[in-house]
Design a protein around this ligand. Sequence first.
Ligand code: NAD
Ligand code: UDX
Length: 456
Amino acid sequence: MLNILGIGAGYVGGPTMAVIADKCPEHKVTVVDINAEKIAAWNSDHLPIFEPGLDALIERVRGRNLFFSTEIDEEIRKADLIFVSVNTPTKTYGQGAGLAADLMYWEKTARQIRANATGPKIVIEKSTVPVRTAVAMERILNEKDSPIHFDVLSCPEFLAEGTAIRDLEVPDRVLIGGRHDTDSGREAMKKLSDIFRHWVPEERIIHSNIWSAELSKLASNAFLAQRVSSINAISAICEKTEADINEVSRAIGLDQRIGPHFLKSSVGFGGSCFKKDLLNLVYLCQFYGLEEAAEYWMWVVKFNDHQMNRFVDRILKKMFNTINGKRIVLFGFAFKANTGDTRESPAIYVTKRLLEERAEVVVTDPRALDNARRDLEGMPVTFAEDPYEAVRGAHAIAVMTEWDLYRDLDYQRIYDVMEKPAFVFDGRNILDHKGLYEMGYHVFPIGKKALSHFDR
Ligand code: NAD
Ligand code: UDX
């Protein structure tokens, strides 16, 4: 039986440790956090995050072999393996501000581990960190003359929100980076692999050196984000030429070398990871004097900003160049469907720009309203639980999140209570554009021909 500790009870730490507990019933898994409110929520019926399947999982394992606690020092003393999933946000001050990852929380954790450990431990980087962070961690932990030895491994997390439980239960791969050149390094990697072997097929557990593992995580997110920016760049050409982005995505995705995933054009990518990790990569490139590589990745971020701007510019232009006083309803505020997370959501950016134009913004979302209220605190925005209430007297609907709910609404009923002309800007291409057009709406999808009655 092992004592496994997770430090950081957020979107990664909570679900990841819960799945480990579920799959390894003989081990005891504890999750700690400095945020007592969050821990209390994990111990209640109202979990701090929404993820499909998470409630049932927590109910199954909490109190059995999964525990949530604020006793960080004590749990460190007891732990054999420590997974660190603390946040690594973009630095907002000093050198590298706006680009580099802020490793303040990571380093604090490493020092706390060292201060409380009374025996050897394996420390696992789950957080996304710049390549070569493990060196700093090893140096802090294995202080000169210290009798206790720590092994540091990199095991980056690839889960996506909204599908976190499935991604953890059936991962494409588990990547373990460690020191192959020492006995204790090899043993640590084996110990960690043995945990995943409980449910992950052998061929999906892959090993590498620590630096490759750290860099693979940044590279993986950079590639995914780059695909979204690439398809969004093509969407801009589609809007000028009557090519249809869905047809183009399908055609290129059928090429086995390209593949069909992550080719959905949208208002832009959001989420806590893509932008932060791209900027982190840009900073690393600059740090190593690789200006062209830095610029290449920076363009993925720049194009995403451009795509969000394009979306708002189009609203403004199509609504006769003024939206002052017009009621615009955002369908969805989460950065993607099936999560309540709004971090870096395009909806935040779009809201701010609409407010600059003095529009009257109404926000509705089935899961993200609490976070939206926090993001937009102090701004003159109305929140509505019920989309049918939200659209009363509205001039336009802007779809920001691809919730299934919005596909299935009664759009005739909505049309009847909207101001005319009634506009729909579908930032996710999820609605039946032709059907809406036939009802009388003026419809503006992404990367597709606009269906406007004014163009007839
Ligand atoms: P989060 O903000 O939801 O959770 C981090 C938690 O760590 C917070 O609850 C915070 O209170 C806690 N924490 C900070 N310092 C601490 C300390 N010293 N001791 C104990 N707890 C501490 O962040 P997240 O979304 O879970 O991301 C965590 C890391 O995982 C980041 O590096 C992120 O890049 C990476 N990651 C995130 C995702 C994702 O989808 N969110 C996916 C893969 C990787
Ligand atoms: C991402 C990575 O996918 C995951 O592997 C990593 O561990 C964390 O970062 P996440 O941010 O949770 O996960 O969601 P993801 O599904 O990657 O979507 C990111 C953003 O891109 C969302 O705003 C999404 O709507 C957008 N997106 C995604 C598109 O606009 N089009 C697509 O085809 C795919």
